[in-house]
Design a protein around this ligand. Structure first.
Ligand code: SF4
Ligand code: SF4
Length: 303
C-alpha cells in the first residue's frame, strides 16, 4: 500500500460505534443513544468519501473493536480503495483479531495505552501489553509499512498517571530494547521512534470542548473541515473529531449527499472563520484544542 496523491481531506472520521468497552476518566461519557453504524450506511459513506480523503479513521467516540461487523467494514474500505487509520484502547485485541488488523488496507493503528491504567489502576498490565507486543511483532514482520503508535496521552495527570506512564514505558523499553529520552517537549515533538514504523506518542490530557464550559475567546483557527471532519454513528456530519455530542451538526449524511453538506452555508462560514482567525461556532469558542496551534511551548517531563 502506498500513499496516493493528495486529496481534499487528509482524514475523515467515521464513528462506526459510539460504544466503548472502557470509560476513561478523561473521556466524558457519550450522551447520545448507543449506536452501531449499519453496514448499509457505512458502505454509502465510504462510497462518497473515498474520492475525497486519503484516510478514513474508524473512530470518533467508542472503540472500533466493539463493532461485530468490523471485518465487513474493512472489506468495504478495500473495495473502494480507501486506507484505514484505527484508534483503539487495544483491550479487545485478542489473537483471533490479529489477522484482521494485519489487512493491507491499514495505514496506521494507534493503541491508547494510557486508557488501561485509567480504567484498571490496580491491575497488572502485563497480559494486556503482551498481546499488543505480540501483535506488534507480527505487524513489524508481515506489514513493515504499517505505522504503529503507542499513545501515552496522560502526561501531568492529576491522578498520578506519570508513575503509570513510567511503568508502561519500562515494559515497552525492555520489550524493544529501547532507551527513551528523559524529557520531551510535546509542543515541538510528540513522537519518538522505537524502531522501524513503531512510535511512542506522548501528549497531555485536554479538556473536551463543551457548550457548558465558559467561553475562552473568539479568535483562533483550526484544521476542522479543511484537513478532516467527522461523521457520527447516526450519519450526523460534524467539523472535527472533538464534537462528540454534535454541537455543530452541519448536516446528516442519511438525508443529504456529503458534498452538499460540506458546501452548506454553516460549513462554509466555519471555514471562512478559521481562515480569518475567527471562531464562529460556540463550541469552537470553548475549545482548548486550538491552543495546540498557538506558539507557546511547554516542556513536559516524561520520566
Ligand atoms: S478515551 Fe478511548 S478508551 Fe477511553 S473511554 Fe474514550 S473512547 Fe474509550
Ligand atoms: S476549534 Fe475545536 S470544536 Fe471547533 S472545529 Fe476545531 S477542534 Fe472542533
Amino acid at each position: 500500500m502506498t500513499r496516493k496523491q493528495r486529496k481534499r481531506f487528509h482524514k475523515i472520521h467515521i464513528e462506526i460505534s459510539n460504544i466503548c468497552n472502557l470509560q476513561c476518566s478523561f473521556c466524558p461519557p457519550v450522551e447520545r443513544d448507543n449506536k452501531m453504524m449499519s453496514l448499509d450506511l457505512f458502505r454509502d459513506l465510504v462510497k462518497q468519501i473515498a474520492p475525497m480523503t486519503e484516510l478514513v479513521c474508524l473512530h470518533l467516540m467508542g472503540d472500533p473493536l466493539v463493532h461485530p461487523k468490523l471485518k465487513e467494514m474493512i472489506d468495504i474500505c478495500d473495495e473502494y480503495d480507501l486506507n484505514i487509520f484505527l484508534v483503539t484502547n487495544g483491550v479487545l485485541l485478542k489473537p483471533e483479531k490479529f489477522e484482521l488488523l494485519l489487512h493491507p488496507r491499514f495505514y496506521q493503528i494507534n493503541f491508547s495505552l494510557h486508557s488501561f491504567f485509567d480504567n484498571f489502576p490496580d491491575k497488572n498490565p502485563e497480559k494486556y501489553l503482551t498481546r499488543i507486543f505480540n501483535f506488534t511483532r507480527l505487524a513489524l514482520e508481515k506489514r513493515p509499512e504499517l505505522y504503529l503508535n503507542y499513545r501515552l496521552w496522560n502526561l501531568n495527570d492529576p491522578m498520578g498517571s506519570q508513575t503509570q506512564n513510567t511503568q508502561m514505558l519500562a515494559q515497552i523499553c525492555e520489550q524493544f530494547n529501547f532507551e527513551p529520552p528523559s524529557e520531551i517537549d510535546v509542543r515541538k515533538k510528540k513522537s519518538i521512534k522505537i524502531q522501524d514504523r513503531l512510535y511512542l506518542h506522548f501528549d497531555t490530557e485536554f479538556i473536551w470542548p463543551s457548550l457548558d464550559l465558559p467561553m475562552l475567546g473568539t479568535k483562533g483557527t483550526c484544521y476542522g473541515l479543511s484537513s478532516h471532519f467527522g461523521i457520527l454513528a447516526d450519519g450526523t456530519v460534524v467539523p472535527c473529531c472533538l464534537d462528540k455530542e454534535a454541537a455543530i451538526p452541519i448536516g446528516n449524511a442519511t438525508q443529504q449527499p456529503i458534498k452538499e453538506i460540506l458546501a452548506s452555508s454553516r460549513a462554509q462560514a466555519i471555514l471562512r472563520g478559521f481562515k480569518n482567525k475567527e471562531l464562529v461556532e460556540k463550541l469552537c469558542q470553548r475549545c482548548q484544542y486550538i491552543e495546540r496551534f498557538s506558539d507557546s511551548r511547554i516542556p513536559i517531563k516524561v520520566a
